[in-house]
Design a protein around this ligand. Sequence first.
Ligand code: IFM
Length: 469
Amino acid sequence: MTRYSFPDGFLWGAAASGPQTEGTAGKPHCSIWDSWFSEQPERFYQQTGPQRVCETYTRYQDDVALMKQTGFNSFRTSIQWSRLIDDFETGEPNADAVRFYHAYLDEMIANGIEPMINLYHFDMPEVLQKKYGGFESAHVAELFSRFARTAFTLFGHKVKYWITFNEPIVPVEGGYLYDFHYPCKQDGKLAAQVAFNIMLAHAKAVQVFRELMGSGEIGVVLNLTPTYTRSDSAEDKKAAWYADLLFNRSFLDPLVKHQFPKALCELLAFHHCLPDTTPEDVRLITDSRIDFLGVNYYVPRRVQARESAYTLDYFSPEYYFENYVDPNGRFNPYRDNNEILPVAVYDIARNIRDNYGNIKWYLAEIGIAMDLESEGPVQADGVIDDGFRIGLMEEHLVQLHHAIRDGANCFGVHQWTFIDNWSWINAFKRRYGFYRLDLETGERQIKRNALWFRELALSNQFSTEERPS
Ligand code: IFM
């Protein structure tokens, strides 16, 4: 057996989000998820919507006790824009929401859990989407910064780590390219506009943070997906280069390296998809500085050069590549046969170290999806046996350990997720939690992974059989 120890003060915990856990009780406004579900429930797995989910709004005290029991020293969730704010134009807060978020944060702090608070987890207020087109409009970027100002003013003395956006490319992909988020449009130019305005909203929020806060740190969480090729041919390598440019560097370069990739601007111009911008807004984004980066990793991306004609009548990244399935790959039989590639964690860390100034970062989401059947029933000792998940977590953490040994500036790991939560149009199809959520009773049932994680988090190390570097 080999022991893998992590640096002192390493953050261990889980990530979740407001819209996926809180439920809609007490909310003054709908988000696009609340309204889309009432308009088209058939788009959601088993027609399950966001109304009840984990009921964190009322169960947060018991849940924080479970976090402590699981060894967490930190936890990420998000403040919902559509809960905290009464008046979106002024940023005036809602009194009940202020009470709730204070109580939730106080509970975490009293239990030794560092809250990491995100401000946007795909949850555009419905009225801003319908009135302005959400982040299609630069005005909404300005309104986001008013919401951020309210959040920093109210909770800044309790929260050390702030995050502007989780996976900012996902609302672009889901809402404007691939039809899995509202408003379900498919339009390359709008996609680029929304991506730009999200970066503008991020930069404006960072600017407010610097103006208001004498301490604390602010960052962004990006889902970074390393791209691997079918072969070493020049064509396949070029396809991978485009995928990396469009899916990773599109946000990573402006937000961490302070520059929009020239090749991306040229590509968008070629497809008549350049967003409308002003030189001041471009400068605000590239001048903006984050203190840390969060990285979400689940699966690798594999591509090959296109072999078939591109047939879409709007621009989408697949113009430059086709997805490729490695015939020798390992796959998760419990999640749509997604590829499992732990070494990708090492490759992400190396990329940040070598190409992004080795900025301080943490693994903000890593998780293994399983369905209820594959996790199995509650065992005689009262625990659900998700051993498959534990084995894979170990493999990924060994890779992270190798990366830290080789100089990665990583300060923590959050597993997705704490309690099985509602996952957008997939609802509860895939389970990720340390605790199973019984959808009938709301009961939280412990899985073996929670016991394994408690040992890891409390000792800051784990032992497993030797794995190759
Ligand atoms: O549920 C999501 C989360 O909101 C963002 N990252 C991926 C998770 C699992 O699909």
